[in-house]
Design a protein. Structure first.
Length: 579
């Protein structure tokens, strides 16, 4: 096989100029899914065979009990009576023990995290353990996973709602003691209610930075509760962070944030910041709009454009909420960002509560978005579905188009006896019909539930090539939905980026099949679903008869490589070329 040939390029390559391999594939090595992959720039592994009796892709089998997943999220504390329902069943899918198979982490509101590690036993070979905590009152309400210090071991950033913590991975599924991230405003007596975490290289210096979205803030225990400001932290050596408030423009009144995402939405390499916010009128907080000329009385979602590639400015981010068309004002909860339409531009979906609607915003280029909710049939809020929570795009039925999974569930009001919405609200799977519209296939997919759904995450747990779903539920056990399987072609890609961002968070991957169809996937750490972390892998499926595809990868450093004739039905492990 000819050697990989490349030309040197600067670290920051302007958009449109790429580094392209002229060879077919760097090196191919077929090995069983149970064997550890050897080191190399391009390694192919065979997928596992379909499990016995598996249905077709797009039909899911609930398998938590069969897999020994017996954790239960405690939505109500038995120790502290009178607390409201805790809506934070944090869930993460990631290879936490370094054996190549995906593991599971479940946070809880009143106890330590529960891990289900494969430990070299192969996919689905879970063994239960507890992640010891040094926090006086351990409680993980949201989690994000990535290698922060460049040692190729996955680390955790978590929140218990009021504090932020980093736990560095030690290998084998073990973690160092939590290190608290202090916020400057805390020294002034401010307290925050935190729901949202996302990692990404905001300033393009090679290290992962942290975005934190807060719902509320107040001074002291008895202080006035106001919408919470967003916080940004610059990543440093060894997985350290330094608060960087100057990156965001100052706002007179902030937002009720449930989800923050760091994604390149305009194709210029740097990461935009998108917030899903729970819209409320400012008068509800005792704020007189007359005191803030030009401020809208109803605050909604927010989009900030990253100006790093043009030299920045007074602040790194510029508020383009109104100009972009992304300023949706609904009771926003969770959401997802991905290219559902197949035009190569990442789109935005967010969930809400009745009588608002969910929103599907299509990216039409130039950092402009248009509402396609009604035209696409993407609103899952109906008489049977009052409250939307997390949402994810995934190709459930392996037809090459991203479908949409939305969790629903009961929301407790200020009075627990006041039933504002129904107990039984099934999660919903919307099948992407043609890139422009969706149809409800929940029942046919085997996903009808009666849980209080909250946190969806995706990953190919059994390594058969078809992504599976895990859903964290408030006050109950999680669901583990194994996807169906057959002989149609697929490709899974796991990247090894330049340290310290060895997970290549922020990478854009495009697979092109011989019929000319192109599919875009973006690796994110947090910022999709709600409270949880999806596996940082890219999953593709192709038309029957597709034996090879063209794969292009834009790493977060700006390096772009293209591989011709990549075989399907493989797991590809690709290391970023050395500069």
């Amino acid at each position: 096989m000819p050697p990989f040939r490349r030309q040197p390029e600067p670290r920051w390559r302007p958009p449109g100029l790429t580094l392209t391999s002229l060879s077919t594939v760097l090196a191919l090595a077929a090995c069983s899914a149970e064997d550890p992959a050897p080191d190399g720039p391009f390694i192919l592994e065979n997928g596992r065979s379909c499990r016995a009796g598996a249905p077709a892709p797009g039909v899911f089998t609930e398998s938590a009990e069969a897999l020994g997943i017996d954790v239960v999220h405690e939505g109500f504390s038995s120790e502290f009576a009178g607390l409201p329902l805790q809506d934070f069943p944090a869930v993460a899918i990631a290879d936490l023990d370094g054996d190549g198979a995906l593991d599971l982490l479940f946070g809880n509101s009143f106890t330590e995290d529960t891990l289900y590690l494969t430990g070299g036993r192969g996919p689905l070979g879970f063994q239960k353990s507890i992640r010891p905590s040094t926090i006086e009152f351990p409680s993980t309400r949201a989690v994000v996973v990535a290698d922060l210090d460049g040692d190729r071991r996955r680390d955790l950033v978590t929140t218990n709602g009021e504090q932020l913590f980093v736990a560095l991975g030690l290998g084998g599924g073990a973690f160092a003691a939590e290190r608290e991230l202090r916020v400057a405003a805390q020294s002034q007596g401010f307290r925050f209610l935190t729901f949202a975490l996302a990692l990404g290289d905001i300033d393009l210096d090679g290290t992962l930075d942290l975005a934190v979205g807060n719902q509320f803030e107040r001074v002291g225990l008895e202080g006035k509760e106001l919408p919470g400001r967003e916080l940004l932290f610059r990543g440093g050596a060894g997985g350290t962070f330094t608060e960087e408030t100057t990156w965001l423009p100052t706002r007179p009144v902030d937002d009720l944030t449930f989800l923050v995402s760091l994604v390149d939405l305009d194709g210029d390499l740097d990461l935009e910041l998108h917030e899903v916010n729970d819209a409320r009128f400012l008068w509800q907080f005792g704020i007189d709009i007359a005191d803030y000329p030009g401020l809208e009385p109803l605050q909604g979602d927010r989009l900030y454009r990253n100006r790093r590639m043009e030299g920045g400015g007074t602040s790194l981010y510029e508020d383009v909420t109104t100009a972009s068309g992304a300023g949706v004002a609904v009771a926003g909860m969770g959401g997802a960002i991905a290219d559902y339409s197949g035009d190569g531009l990442p789109d935005i979906f967010l969930t809400a509560m009745r009588k608002d609607t969910n929103k599907l915003l299509q990216n039409v280029g130039g950092l402009r978005f248009e509402d396609r909710t009604d035209a696409a049939g993407a609103d899952t809020l109906t008489a049977a579905h009052d409250v939307g929570w997390g949402a994810l795009f995934l190709d459930a039925d392996a037809d090459g188009r991203l479908d949409l999974f939305v969790t629903h569930g009961f929301l407790e009001g200020s009075d627990p006896d006041d039933r504002l919405n129904r107990d039984e609200q099934s999660n919903v799977l919307l099948r992407n019909v043609d890139g422009s519209r969706f149809e409800d296939v929940t029942a046919a997919a085997g996903l009808v539930t009666r849980d209080w759904g909250r946190t969806p995450v995706v990953g190919d747990l059994d390594r058969d090539g078809f992504p599976d779903l895990v859903v964290g539920n408030a006050d109950g056990p999680p669901r583990v939905f194994l996807n169906g399987c057959d002989d149609r072609p697929w490709l899974t890609v796991r990247l090894v980026g330049t340290a310290p961002n060895t997970d290549a968070i922020g990478a854009h991957l495009t697979a092109e099949s011989p019929d000319g169809t192109r599919q875009l996937r973006i690796l994110q750490a947090g910022g999709e679903g709600l409270f949880g972390a999806t596996a940082t892998e890219a999953y593709f499926a192709f038309p029957r008869g597709t034996e090879t595809v063209r794969l292009s990868i834009r790493f977060p450093t700006g390096t772009t490589v293209t591989y011709e004739a990549v075989p399907t039905r493989r797991l590809a492990r690709i290391t970023e070329p050395v500069q």
